[in-house]
Structures are given as structure tokens and as C-alpha cells.
Design a binder for this molecule. Structure first.
Ligand code: ADP
Ligand code: ZN
Length: 596
């Protein structure tokens, strides 16, 4: 009896059903068609080439840009009982020769190859002698010269089509924008490939944006409210802040490790390994960390500073919750971030057109942090997708109150004008509040008509007003003059009282109610810990990351259902035939041991 795609999915991977477009993609490629697959991180791209490779005769040859990723993917396949191997510069010559022999003899279902190796005359010759089921080109956006992941070797991959026109090709990426997509099609010669575009929505990720106050306290509250013991990433904008934050979190009892480009390679690699292999490590990092991090159980991504663009933000937060279970994307931002970024853009060597684009991208992101509407809706609209309010972002869960800020806006703008468009937000607020500071005395600002006209709001509220006026475009921050506020053209009608202004209330939200789903309690929590401890040992024995043994979601399902027989255990998603065979008895022993 020949296997169907679905029966293989169930038997090998232990998953009951395909997700979204997976079934159509697998069918198309298994039948020999070319495909370009655009799917968000965590969407399930790997199955789209792995299953056709299993269904077709010969070996699926997978081009992948990152050695660490190849290693973990091959380890995961072997755990599933699939004959897989990789060829890259980390292998000794004799190990590589062994893999080549297996390939030629048809003993491999999947072979992962680094692009530079694939294009050597030697390997191309090998391909003519082997039976190839398909070519999969993972992270296909690496072919884009405008993207930040550009890999020149990817340009040579069009040779595959010329040399092996009969072998189907499937290119996959999570980078969705139209420009990159067109580049992939052009450069990889995929104009006749069928395009599969999945929704870029990540419904399990909950988006929350807060204004910076005491940022460390805010982060701590966020972590303690729902992420104790979870693996996650905390992004900071500078190396120094990474180091300081990691130290501080460690002092608060978290397993927190720093990661940035200023550290030596060995330490960086060690930290990355620990993040991948241990449970519950918090990686504090600059955006140097992340590409190719395949860890499925990252439960949160926190930004302690404003990201640079919506694309960047989406890519970074997309590293949370690849396993589909509830995850959080949390961001704290302040006006200072905006000032710093504007200054960086201005001071960069880039061309004017490029600077304008960078400012525009920042503006789009500010629209996201400022919106009172559904954040997911705005994100998806940015990527060209229409959607309904999601019910799983901070604004949906707790709609912000709006207040009529017309009067407050006029007062704020007048104060900026009367003090001469030359002071930062702190001083202008002091004027509004009628404070007797040295600076006020020095500039004789106590004599101004605006002095003390804003006592109805406190300093915090005024800061929120100024922040929103900047975002709404009524005020500019002058980066050449220590963050001085300046009126823009848009401020005039507001000053004259001709247009109403609405602000969102920025009172701190109630703590603790936005946790990432119910945690486990009592005996179940103990059982989960017990299973995690067993998994840690199994992972160490096999020298693979813990999630390669079993995912958290699978462990949680085991805890919920408490199977007592192998047959019951086999019905749990994530337990395929091979894992049942290898670990079934140990898992049942864990369960009965914990019960007695
Ligand atoms: P991507 O490469 O698109 O980021 P992966 O292929 O790594 O995503 O898949 C993300 C996670 O989803 C993996 O843990 C994978 O095992 C799981 N997954 C993929 N397809 C399914 C499915 N049909 N049912 C259940 N889980 C799935
Ligand atoms: Zn929403």
C-alpha cells in the first residue's frame, strides 16, 4: 500500500491534520510542480518540502544558509526516524565522504547542503549520478540583494533549474514584501512556479505596547505575571543595555544571558546553545540575535526599546510561539527612542532618499504604537491583508479610553511657542506646571502667559500629551539641539483651535490579567516539571535541543490527558511512531511514578 501525504503526517510526525496551505503545497510538489511558498515564521514550512521528499523517489536536497539550523533540523528528522544528513564545512572530509556515499546509494530521504557546497563542480557532478526527489531552497529571501540577509552564493542557485530541469523546486521564505518576492522569482527562475501565500497572521501571539515609565519594573511585572520559567528574548537597542539588563535579570533570579556582536564568538555561541538547549533561558540581545533561531517554544519577545520599522518588529516578534501555543510580544517605548532614532537616521551617511524612507518606516511604526484600534489589524494591513479586530491584543482586550485633548494640545503647543521652540519636554512641562526651577528663573519664563496654565494635569499626563503630539506630527524633536521641541505646520490649526485633538488615556493597565494563558497548577505543574526533567536528560543523551525530543505543547497535552497505555499515548499530537517506540515506555513510567 502506498503512503498518502496524510498518513505520513500522522505516522511520522504524529500530527492529526495539515495546517492551512500545507496539504495543497505538498500535493503540488509531490506531483512534480515548482512552488514558491510565502509563510510566516512558525507557519510550518519544513513539512512542505519534507513530505514531498518522502513521497517521491530519491533524495530531497535542501539548501539552507545556516549551519546551526541544518544541524538541528537533521537531528529533529532523525528523531522522527527519517534518514537525513547534512553536508557543510563543519564535517571532517571522511564524514562528508560517508554522507556522499549514502546519497549516491539512495540511503537518504533528505540531504541538507550549504549553498556554496552545492554549487561546487564536485557536488553538481554528484547530483547527476544520484536520484534527486526535489530541490528545496530554504530562506529564499537570501537571494535578495536589498535585504539584510543577502547571501551571494544564493545567486548561483538558478543553475539548478538549468542543469536539472526535470527536478521540482520549492523555494520558501517568511519575508513577504512584493519587492523581495519578485527578486526571488527573477533570480531563481521561478516565474512558472505556483505561488502559495499563507496569511501572515500569527493569532497565538498577543501584542502589547506600553509607554516607558520605570522600564525594569514594567518588564519584571510582565515576566512575573505570566512568564516565570519561560524561554524568551528581550531585545535592547545597545550592547551596553544588553549587558546591564542581563545582569540585572540574573540578579532577579532569571536565567538570563547576554548576546550581541561585541562579544567574542565563542561566548556568543555558548549562550545561543544554552538558549536552544536548556529550558527557560531568557536571551537578552541586540537584533544581531535571531536569524535562523528555530526554537519553537519561545514564549515571549520583549522590546525594551522602540524597533526601527514594522518589518523589523514583525520579524523579531515572529520568533515567539512558533509552536502555535500562546505567546506574548511586549514592547516598551518612549519619546527618547524616537529622538535617538531620528538622530541616527539624520547623522547616517545614507542618501537623502534612503533617509526619507527610514523616517517613513519609523512613522509607520509610531502609528502602530499610538493606535487605539486593533494592533494586529494594523500590522496585517501593513502587509496588505484585510482582517477583523483580533480580540488578542492589548487594545482589543482593554480598549483604551479616549479623551478630548483639544485644550491640552493648545496649551502644550503654546508653551513650546512662547519658550521659543528651543527647550526639551521636561522644561516645557515645568513651565506649564508653574514650577520654580533655576532654569525658569534663568530664562525668566515665570513671566510668560503660559506659566502655570497647565496645573490640571500632572507631569506624567503632560508627557503623554507631548508624546502623542509628536506622533501626530504637531511637534518635531530637534536632534541637533538636545531634543528641543519645535512646532510644525500641522500645529497651526490646532493652536488656533480649528481642529479637535483626541488623545488615548495612558494610565497603566491593570497588572496580571494579560497572562499568556492559564498556567499549570498543583500536581499538574509538578508532573510537567517531572516530564521536563526527563526530557532534559533524554536531550542530553542524544545531544540535541530539548524540543527535538518533544515540544512543550506535547508535554502539556500528556499532562492534561495522563495516558496509561502506549495506544493512548500515540493519539497525542507530536507523538509519531518512532517517538512512541523510543520514549513511550519512559513517558508512561514518568506518569505512573509521579502518581504513586
Ligand atoms: P517555519 O519553518 O515555517 O517557521 P516550522 O516548519 O519550523 O515552521 O514549523 C513550526 C512548528 O509547527 C514546528 O514545531 C512544527 O513541528 C509545527 N507544525 C508544522 N506543521 C504542523 C501541523 N500540520 N500540525 C501540527 N504542528 C505542525
Ligand atoms: Zn486586536
Amino acid at each position: 500500500m502506498s503512503d498518502t501525504a496524510l498518513s505520513l503526517l500522522q505516522r511520522i510526525y504524529g500530527y492529526p491534520a495539515f495546517r492551512g496551505e500545507q496539504a495543497a503545497i505538498v500535493a503540488h510538489v509531490a506531483a512534480g510542480g515548482d512552488a514558491l511558498v510565502l509563510m510566516p515564521t512558525g507557519g510550518g514550512k519544513s513539512l512542505c518540502y519534507q513530505l514531498p521528499a518522502l513521497l517521491r523517489a530519491g533524495t530531497g536536497v535542501v539548501v539552507s544558509p545556516l549551519i546551526a539550523l541544518m544541524h538541528d533540523q537533521v537531528a529533529a528528522l532523525r528523531e522522527l526516524g527519517v534518514a537525513a544528513a547534512y553536508l557543510n564545512s563543519s564535517l571532517t572530509p571522511s564524514a562528508a565522504a560517508g554522507v556522499e556515499q549514502d546519497f549516491l546509494a539512495g540511503r537518504l530521504e533528505l540531504l541538507y547542503v550549504a549553498p556554496e557546497r552545492l554549487l561546487t563542480p564536485r557536488f553538481l557532478e554528484l547530483l547527476t549520478r544520484a536520484s534527486v526527489a526535489l530541490f528545496a531552497i530554504d530562506e529564499a529571501h537570501c537571494v535578495s540583494q536589498w535585504g539584510h540577509d543577502f547571501r551571494p552564493e544564493y545567486l548561483g542557485l538558478s543553475a539548478l533549474h538549468e542543469r536539472f530541469p526535470a527536478v521540482p523546486r520549492i523555494a520558501l521564505t517568511a519575508t513577504a514584501d512584493a519587492l523581495t518576492r519578485q527578486e526571488i522569482i527573477d533570480r531563481l527562475d521561478l516565474s512558472s512556479a505556483r505561488l502559495f501565500t499563507a496569511s501572515f497572521d500569527r493569532p497565538n501571539i498577543r501584542y502589547t505596547v506600553v509607554e516607558k515609565g520605570d522600564t525594569r519594573r514594567q518588564l519584571l511585572d510582565f515576566l512575573r505575571a505570566g512568564h516565570a520559567g519561560d524561554a524568551g528574548i528581550v531585545y535592547c537597542s545597545s550592547r551596553r543595555k544588553v549587558d546591564e539588563t542581563a545582569d540585572w535579570l540574573a540578579g532577579q533570579g532569571f536565567t538570563a544571558l547576554p548576546y550581541h556582536a561585541g562579544m567574542n564568538t565563542a561566548t556568543r555561541q555558548r549562550h545561543q546553545e544554552r538558549f536552544l538547549r536548556e529550558d527557560g533561558v531568557v536571551m537578552v540581545a541586540t537584533i544581531a540575535f535571531g536569524m535562523g533561531i528555530d526554537k519553537p517554544d519561545v514564549r515571549f519577545v520583549a522590546h525594551l526599546d522602540l524597533p526601527h520599522s514594522i518589518e523589523g518588529y514583525y520579524q523579531e516578534t515572529g520568533r515567539a510561539g512558533r509552536d502555535g501555543a500562546a505567546a506574548d510580544a511586549w514592547m516598551a517605548w518612549g519619546l527618547g527612542d524616537v529622538a535617538t532614532q531620528r538622530r541616527f537616521i539624520e547623522e547616517s551617511e545614507a542618501k537623502e532618499a534612503h533617509k526619507r524612507m527610514a523616517h517613513g518606516k519609523l512613522d509607520a511604526l509610531l502609528g502602530l504604537v499610538e493606535t487605539a484600534a486593533c494592533r494586529r489589524q494594523l500590522l496585517l494591513r501593513y502587509f496588505g491583508e484585510a482582517s477583523e479586530p483580533c480580540g488578542n491584543c492589548d487594545n482589543c482586550l482593554e480598549p483604551p479610553t479616549l479623551w478630548d485633548g483639544t485644550e491640552a494640545a493648545r496649551k502644550a503647543l503654546s508653551a513650546v511657542y512662547r519658550t521659543g521652540n528651543r527647550f526639551g519636554v521636561g522644561h516645557v512641562i515645568d513651565v506649564l506646571l508653574g514650577k520654580a526651577t533655576d532654569k525658569i528663573a534663568q530664562w525668566e519664563h515665570g513671566r510668560l502667559s503660559v506659566f502655570g496654565i497647565g496645573r490640571e494635569l500632572d507631569e506624567k499626563r503632560w508627557r503623554a500629551v507631548f508624546r502623542q503630539l509628536v506622533i501626530q506630527g504637531c511637534l518635531d524633536i530637534d536632534h541637533t539641539a538636545y531634543g528641543a521641541l519645535k512646532l510644525t505646520e500641522a500645529a497651526r490649526p490646532v493652536l488656533r483651535g480649528e481642529v479637535p485633538v483626541t488623545f488615548r488615556e495612558t494610565a497603566p493597565r491593570k497588572k496580571g490579567e494579560r497572562r499568556a494563558g492559564p498556567g499549570l497548577l498543583g500536581p499538574d505543574a509538578a508532573l510537567f516539571d517531572h516530564l521536563r526533567a526527563w526530557r532534559r536528560e533524554a536531550a542530553a543523551d542524544h545531544d540535541v535541543p530539548a524540543y527535538v525530543i518533544l515540544h512543550d505543547a506535547t508535554l502539556k497535552e500528556i499532562v492534561a490527558r495522563k495516558p496509561t497505555t502506549l495506544a493512548e499515548l500515540a493519539t497525542i499530537p507530536g507523538i509519531g511512531a518512532r517517538k512512541l517506540d523510543a520514549y513511550g515506555r519512559e513517558i508512561l513510567a514518568c506518569l505512573s511514578g509521579a502518581a504513586s
